[in-house]
Ligand binder design. Structure first.
Ligand SMILES: [Zn+2]
Length: 196
């Protein structure tokens, strides 16, 4: 499916979710639609592992509709890029979305560390290392929720930039064959706000 149409479908699904009118499509097995022409996932979503931001729920989609990669802080590691490339090459998915969220704990931990307030143990530090460069240009005056929201957006943009840096991706975007977007889910409403 063309990425523009896929994006319209996701936005329509998120609108239904926000308005409490989810239709919960494709929730039953066997997955008849899986083998139809519509079988390709609408989009690849790189989201955070946080239990409150399940992409299928917030975009009101079902089985087979989304190719989801979830990792705390929606960071881009090599295996993430590999998964994305797989979806593009083998499933023909054209739309790629990095989905951050309000109040992200992983980004908050990186922000604390960035500002010299705390260190993280062991493997969490690996995550922090991937998020930290995203925070370099943050306004040091920002505090509290405003600082965290700015950090969440910066981290989404940082991940988008990594994906665009993959070989051939820039050209594919310029030719409108694929699209890569950053977005943030607002926790109170469930609204997904796409970034410029
Ligand atoms: Zn998170």
């Amino acid at each position: 499916m063309d990425w523009r149409e896929a994006l319209q479908r996701l936005m329509a699904g998120n609108r239904r979710f926000v308005e409490g009118k989810s239709i919960q499509p494709h929730r039953a097995f066997p997955l008849q639609h899986r083998w139809s022409d519509e079988a390709r996932p609408l989009a690849v979503i790189l989201g955070c592992s946080d239990a409150v931001v399940s992409p299928e729920l917030i975009f009101d989609q079902g089985f087979g509709d989304l190719f989801v990669i979830r990792v705390a802080g929606n960071v881009v590691a090599r295996s993430v890029l590999g998964s994305m490339q797989f979806a593009g090459a083998h499933l023909g998915t054209q739309l790629f979305i990095v989905l951050g969220h309000e109040g992200c704990g992983a980004v908050e931990a990186a922000l604390e560390e960035h500002r010299g307030r705390a260190g993280q143990p062991g493997s969490i530090e690996v995550l922090m290392r991937l998020i930290r460069p995203a925070l370099n240009d943050l306004d040091p005056q920002l505090e509290g929720p405003a600082a965290l929201m700015a950090a969440v957006e910066a981290n989404v943009r940082w991940s988008v930039r990594h994906i665009i840096a993959m070989p051939g991706v820039r050209k594919a975007i310029d030719e409108a064959r694929i699209q890569i977007l950053g977005a943030v889910c607002e926790l109170e409403s469930g609204l997904v706000r796409f970034l410029d």
